[in-house]
Design a protein around this ligand. Structure first.
Ligand code: 9MR
Length: 372
């Protein structure tokens, strides 16, 4: 009798500790896996930062490969970091990222080769078109060449368009004219024959910008240069995801014979019709500018869920044209939207909250698939 009860106690202790252990287990093994649920449709990616590449936090480290089968470096492959001086490259983190993606059998969608922003300071000091051209070609051949066959895709050019579809002013446009985009793709094609080449932008589902984007893609194609896809970044707003424009864009871009990926998805829940340091100051006294510090009210949570549901239903409808959907961050705590357009707010744009807990939006995205 005594023995049995000791055995029972021991058993209960073992079960209890196993359950407790489970709760604290890295990752979140008792929820569906997005990558698995969408396996036959498109890849599900996430943008990751340096600590995530280096797996600093064991819980996050276990969680990422559970949910996602594609990764994009949020910052570490940008020119500023990977090419700090004319003759100096720093491949440390990018090499780690390649090893990370290989370890977890994830696709690596590299971001980005030519962008007007986050350029190393030496580029801004270049004074001649020849030197800009040399930078563009050296940068692409060195970086895209090194990772050819190791990354799945490159965003060759990022954000070259204005909202009205004209070309955005930048050192590349000013010095090289609009052909710089085609030149960049030509250099990438040469350096990276085994890598998919994408043009990436935001708001390029909007009609005017889309028209400019289509013209740009046609120009690359007319020059006999390879372009494999277009990225619609997908930084959208609560209750205003432009489903019609997105659908029209997917159809029109795909008609050019290229893939259409959603490359930086998030849905902003905060007001953002202001910018700058002055607002950061004002925010300290005006809590209405940062209303969800302690969490999302149910109505907003439900709206976010139904926005994501409608979006994924649409993406599923066009799954034959889409190769991946990438979220811009793993969880709300990591999102760039906590710091933009003003610093220090608490935003909630992704499917997982700050504790990696799936939000109602996550379950709606899972259900969207089940109903298809
Ligand atoms: O999320 C990125 C943030 O950490 C950087 O500070 C910022 C710098 O410009 O870039 C963010 O990522 C951007 C991406 O590279 C291109 N599209 C817009 C993204 C959000 O700004």
């Amino acid at each position: 009798m005594k023995k049995t009860s000791f055995g029972q106690v021991l058993l209960s202790v073992l079960i209890l500790s196993a359950c407790a252990g489970n709760k604290n287990l890295p990752g979140n093994s008792d929820i569906p896996e997005l990558k698995q649920v969408y396996k036959k449709d498109f890849d599900i990616g996430t943008a990751i930062n340096a600590p995530q590449i280096e797996e600093k936090d064991a819980r996050v480290a276990a969680f990422i490969p559970q949910q996602f089968n594609a990764v994009t470096p949020e910052n570490i492959m940008k020119a500023e970091i990977i090419h700090p001086e004319w003759n100096r490259y720093d491949f440390d983190l990018a090499d780690k990222l390649v090893a990370y993606a290989q370890k977890y059998h994830m696709k690596l969608n590299a971001h980005t080769l030519i962008w007007h922003s986050q350029l190393p300071p030496f580029v801004r000091q270049i004074k001649s078109a020849d030197s800009v051209r040399l930078f563009l070609n050296n940068h692409i051949s060195t970086v895209a060449g090194r990772y050819d066959g190791k990354v799945y895709s490159w965003d060759v050019v990022n954000e070259a368009l204005n909202e009205d579809g004209t070309m955005r002013k930048s050192i590349f446009l000013n010095m090289l004219g609009d052909d710089f985009v085609t030149e960049a793709f030509r250099a990438a094609q040469k350096a990276a024959p085994n890598t998919k080449l994408f043009y990436n932008d935001y708001n390029n589902e909007q009609p005017a910008k889309r028209a400019g984007c289509i013209a740009l893609i046609k120009k690359i194609q007319a020059a006999g240069v390879r372009i494999d896809g277009v990225g619609i970044q997908g930084h959208w707003h609560l209750g205003k995801v432009p489903l019609k424009d997105i659908e029209e864009s997917i159809i029109q871009y795909a008609a050019l014979g290229i893939k259409v990926d959603i490359t930086e998805l998030d849905i902003e829940v905060l007001q953002r019709n202001f910018q700058g340091a002055e607002v950061s100051q004002r925010m300290k006294d005006d809590p209405s500018l940062n209303p969800y510090k302690d969490g999302l009210p149910d109505a907003v949570q439900q709206q976010l869920a139904s926005d994501y549901e409608a979006l994924f239903k649409l993406l599923l409808k066009h799954r034959d044209k889409i190769s991946r959907v990438t979220f811009w961050g793993v969880h709300d705590g990591q999102s760039w939207l906590n710091g933009w357009p003003v610093r220090g707010r608490t935003n909630h744009p992704l499917l997982f909250d700050r504790n990696l807990k799936p939000k109602p939006a996550f379950y709606k995205v899972i259900e969207a698939k089940k109903s298809k």
